[in-house]
Write a protein that binds this ligand. Structure first.
Ligand code: HEM
Length: 397
């Protein structure tokens, strides 16, 4: 076993769209030991094969895993692993009991049925942006409201709670929030959600996600509420940041933007390449697991009890595709790791894909001359432990 104990500063980037300074060199191809920002020692696995192995091998547990260990200075978990409904923090049959019914709500067929509504939301927001005129902030005009409205509708949350959800979702994923702050935000959401869940339970309806969970499963009330909070939070922040980052990458690579402008009908495949590349360029120490037995990964012995972070910089591994370090919108879709892999692979991937495909295509069809109003390198970026994205994207057309 190596004795390396480097701790590259994960949040220092020379360029906002490139990996943290020194990170690719420090992680190399193989598992290396590093310190998380809270001082906990962990293996960083960064090869395509290694990441797939860790994320799909049951000997790597997600229990007590997840980002929170990395967020706190004390090394304690923000999120209690025994919190009912903590789908990303449990393994095996316990995990599948929660996951299986939820997957039904996110099936491709269901997401395809949602497409016309997603298109309508996108069109309405682009209408408003156009009517107000340039310059506009793309984040508040489209990136943030789109996923926020869609997830709330999918869950069946009444529109009057939109603003609270949008604000609280940001707080839940906020930078280094203390355990108390986190719980306060979650409690605020839980108070609003409890009566909505109770009402749907009483009505016996299953035509939205909350109804489906309340009436077609054996989930307890605590599980239901926490799952709703998780879905609302996951549904807001990630997709919103990625729609912004995709646009910024295209602004920085005019030849690639030209490919999208030339053939927007391939937007679906292009979104896969943008996802692969963007997630890879984010670098960072991604998703956490803990070994329950000794396991060899990429020729290195990881001992039972060791922490492991997988880095999705693995999306830039040549093993995945040739010239993996390049964004190439003419490439066919490849099996990237942008939505994770294995039993915890993103539940909302089909939803995120539909939103990103429709959002990106419509944006550049409506505004063929869309360009940044200030250089991409001078924009403000929100760099939390969990999410990364531009705080504002001023654009003109
Ligand atoms: C571009 C957008 C998104 C990205 C990049 C993304 C990424 C990910 C990744 C990498 C994981 C795996 C976590 C792990 O292995 O520990 C994950 C899990 C998850 N995602 Fe997403 N996600 C996105 C959008 C969404 C949306 C829209 C939703 C829901 C509405 C969602 C819900 C979830 C849930 C519930 C899990 C946990 C699944 C489990 O543990 O079984 N995600 N996501």
């Amino acid at each position: 076993m190596t004795e390396t104990a480097v701790c590259p500063v994960l949040h220092e980037r020379d360029h906002p769209l490139q990996p943290p300074v020194g990170f690719p060199e420090a992680v190399g191809d193989g598992p290396v030991k590093m310190l998380w920002p809270n001082g906990v020692e962990a293996w960083i696995v960064s090869s395509y094969a290694g990441v797939r192995q860790v994320l799909s091998d049951a000997r790597f547990s997600t229990r007590k895993g997840g980002q929170p260990e990395m967020r706190t200075d004390e090394g304690e978990t923000v999120l209690d692993p025994d919190q009912p409904g903590n789908i990303n923090g449990i393994d095996g049959a316990e995990h599948m009991r929660l996951r299986r019914p939820l997957s039904r709500g996110f099936m491709v067929k269901r997401m395809n049925e949602l497409r016309p509504r997603i298109q309508q939301i996108v069109d309405e927001h682009l209408d408003v942006m156009e009517a107000k005129g340039a310059p506009a902030d793309l984040v508040t005009s489209l990136c943030l409201p789109l996923p926020s409205l869609v997830i709330a509708e999918l869950l069946g949350v009444p529109p009057e709670h939109q603003e609270l959800f949008q604000a609280t979702a940001g707080d839940l994923f906020g930078k280094n929030g203390s355990k108390d702050e986190y719980l306060a935000h979650a409690t605020k959401l839980a108070e609003v959600l409890a009566p909505i869940v109770a009402e749907k339970k009483a009505a016996g309806t299953n035509d939205d996600m909350i109804g489906l969970m309340a009436n077609d499963t054996d989930f307890s009330m605590d599980e239901l509420i926490f799952l709703c909070i998780g879905l609302l939070a996951a549904g807001h922040e990630t997709t919103s940041n990625f729609l912004g980052l995709f646009t910024l990458h295209l602004f920085e690579k005019p030849d690639q933007l030209e490919i999208l402008r030339r053939d927007p009908s391939r937007a679906d495949v292009m979104v896969e390449e943008l996802m692969r590349y963007t997630v890879g360029q984010l670098g960072g120490a991604g998703l956490t697991r803990r070994a329950t037995e000794d396991v060899e990964v990429d020729g290195v012995l990881i001992k039972a009890g060791d922490w492991v972070s997988v880095s999705l910089i693995a999306n830039l591994d040549e093993e995945l595709c040739p010239r993996a370090e390049e964004l190439d919108l003419e490439r066919d879709a490849v099996s990237h790791l942008g939505f994770g892999f294995g039993p915890h692979q993103c539940l909302g991937a089909n939803l995120a894909r539909a939103e990103l495909q429709i959002g990106l295509r419509s944006l550049f069809e409506r505004f063929p001359n869309l360009r940044p109003a200030v250089p991409v390198t001078e924009m403000d970026y929100r760099d939390d432990m969990i999410t990364y994205g531009a705080a504002e994207i001023p654009v003109v057309w």
